[in-house]
Design a protein around this ligand. Structure first.
Ligand code: F6P
Length: 364
């Protein structure tokens, strides 16, 4: 065995199912295969910025219980407070990047594994660059909008939650002859919406990538009724705008725009355009919780093992990725270019249209 290394691991950005499974895989591989020490940083980058440092050494015993099966992240996470413009109590902002680097050095770490979405990956890679810190990224987000990988940890669990919600909405929609509108997460990408609309048998799937028309939705509803069905299921991604391209809500929290509200807008307009009653369900953070799906556990395990092997091989400043039926890795600069939208000419939109689902106006 070579030099014993000290490996840091942290979770950053919104939580999702499968994060604990990644941390477990990292710890198993690092401790069992390489004999390294692993340090879990508490609450993302803040654990290294604050004094005293906030971390815990991770050992195999911690994972002898149900950790693999648990949602959330036992290390905690943050999705606000950019360390380069950190909000201070007096209302000013401060560049705290050097506190982060100093924390990494105080803990005498050799490399850092960052489990995050596209935003965290960008900020953490910039922070690591400031201190010459070797980083390996692991993609996670229910939104599945990280470049370079077919899947991010947490996505399939979220899609399963939405599909199950449609399974539950269907009988009540049929019993009451209603249009059920289900608003789902995903920020400005429609991955959750299109996947769940297909698997959950929706009639309408609205996604931010494709514009829609209210009268086309009303026509689709009429068509379904003419076919002999008395109820309609609609999925709408939270990032969809109104027909005129306006934000459905202006809600803010800690200076950040909050998504949500488009379901209510659609309900108000559609109920005036059809004979059926409408009801709205907004699934919200339910999509982020719960026990991880089999697929997410497999992905988390593959990414965790591969990330540690990358550190061992000195393959740094890259992110683990799932491509062509296997685990691989891609350079961080190819990932940190903003969120990955759904391809309007891609397979899933074609499949949805092939099933007769109304997905908006542009032709694939
Ligand atoms: O990026 C994941 C996500 O769940 C989005 O789908 C959603 O818009 C956002 O995070 C919610 O963030 P918060 O947990 O800050 O409300």
């Amino acid at each position: 065995m070579g030099k014993v290394r000290r490996l840091g691991v942290l979770t950053s950005g919104g939580d999702c199912a499968g994060l604990n499974a990644v941390i477990r895989a990292v710890t198993y591989r690092a401790v069992r295969t390489y004999g390294w020490k692993v340090f879990g940083i508490i609450d993302g980058s803040t654990g290294l910025m604050e004094r005293p440092l906030r971390y815990r050494e991770l050992d195999l015993d911690m994972f002898s219980g149900t950790m693999l099966r648990e949602g959330g992240t036992f290390l905690g996470t943050v999705n606000r407070g950019d360390p380069f413009n950190y909000p201070m109590p007096d209302g000013s902002t401060k560049d705290r990047s050097l506190d982060f680097v100093d924390g990494f050095n105080k803990l005498a770490l050799d490399a850092l594994i960052v489990i995050g979405g596209d935003g965290s990956m960008k900020i953490l890679s910039q922070l690591c660059a400031v201190g010459g810190i070797g980083m390996v990224g692991v993609p996670k987000t229910i939104d599945n909008d990280v470049h370079g990988t077919d899947f991010a940890v947490g996505f399939t669990t979220a899609v399963n939650v939405v599909t199950e919600a449609l399974d539950r909405l269907h009988p009540t929609a049929a019993s009451h002859h209603r249009v059920m509108i289900l608003e789902v997460m995903g920020r400005d990408a429609g991955h959750i919406a299109i996947n769940s609309a297909i698997s959950g048998g929706a009639d309408v799937a609205l996604i931010p990538e494709v514009p829609y028309r209210l009268d086309s939705i009303a026509r689709k509803i009429d068509e379904v009724i003419r076919e002999g069905r008395n109820h309609v299921l609609m999925v709408v991604a939270e990032g969809c705008k109104t027909e005129d391209g306006e934000l459905a809500t202006k809600a803010q929290s800690h200076g950040q725009m909050r998504y949500g509200g488009i379901g209510q807008y659609l309900s108000e307009h559609i109920s005036n355009m059809t004979d059926l009653e409408t009801r709205v369900t907004s699934l919200g953070h339910v999509q982020r919780g719960g026990t991880p799906s089999t697929r997410d556990r497999l992905l988390a395990s593959a990414f965790g093992v591969h990330a540690v092997d990358m550190v061992a091989e000195g393959k740094l400043n890259r992110m683990t990725a799932w491509q062509e039926r296997g685990v691989t890795d891609v350079p961080l600069e190819e990932v940190c270019i903003g969120p990955r939208s759904l391809d309007p000419n891609g397979t899933l939109i074609k499949v949805a249209r092939g099933l007769g689902i109304y997905v908006g106006e542009s032709e694939a």
